[in-house]
Design a protein around this ligand. Sequence first.
Ligand code: CP
Ligand code: NVA
Length: 309
Amino acid sequence: KERFKGRHLLSLHDFSPDEIAYILDLAGELKDRQKKNIPHPYLRGKMLGMIFQKSSTRTRVSFEVAMYQLGGSAMFLNVNDLQLGRGETIADTARVLSRYLDGIMIRTYSHADVEELARHATVPVINGLTDLLHPCQILADLLTVKERKGRLAGLKLAYVGDGNNVCHSLLFGCAKTGMHISVASPEGYKPKEEIVRLAEKDAEQTGSRIEILTSPVEAVSGADVVVTDVWASMGQEVEQSRRVRVFAPYQVNRQLTGHARPDYIFLHCLPAHRGEEVTDEIIDGPHSAVWDEAENRLHVQKAVLALLL
Ligand code: CP
Ligand code: NVA
């Protein structure tokens, strides 16, 4: 427990397999206590600032509720309402906010900006999504798989679609927990090689196998978990029409999931573009665990907040 205090959560790569297992265990415990209405005010009197430069439903609400349930509070800070939006530096913003707040969550475009914030903050910084990574989402995904399957190591997860922030964090999340991961993406949209290389290093410790493929059928074959995400992420709206053409063969539908294990589960971080990356039949179907997955954002983030703050 002591190992977490004061640390940032920018990437799952920065946490050991044991530490990730510990976060997931604590999340399960806090979820259980919340369901039984047993108070757990670990952060009484503490304040989290939440800087947003992109839209959010789940991240904003789940972090705010998380702080409330832990006995603290959260403050929503739109970048455009901060002096940051008028050119105050990230470093100065970090120094000042650290004098008021007990932790900072940030959702923005550039991952380097979040690293810069963390370098100059004297309180923990939590990555609430960058163009590169989405670690809190993948903690929720891992908790959901663990709940549904009773374990993580040795399962096969297939990610079908854009090699984006969610895909990158899944690579780390699987590599750290011993899940095998097969990614299927079209040429030009594969996950970044530097991320794959780092994940491969993590995988050496856990026996996780990583495959970067082009064929969605090959990736999904025998999968226990099938995951996808939007084809155009926030900030890529102008590429939408081109991406819809390129990614059409990567839709998660009944035909594709026919190659997964009969008891596979479907995950999607949401928001979904129904009819694009996934059909209604799959996201609303009996294999879908997306609502548990969304709920679990709350529980994993409570664990992270309780440990870091
Ligand atoms: N999955 C996720 O991060 O959702 P929001 O964009 O609504 O926060
Ligand atoms: N890849 C998506 C995830 C949204 C939660 C995006 O970055 O827009």
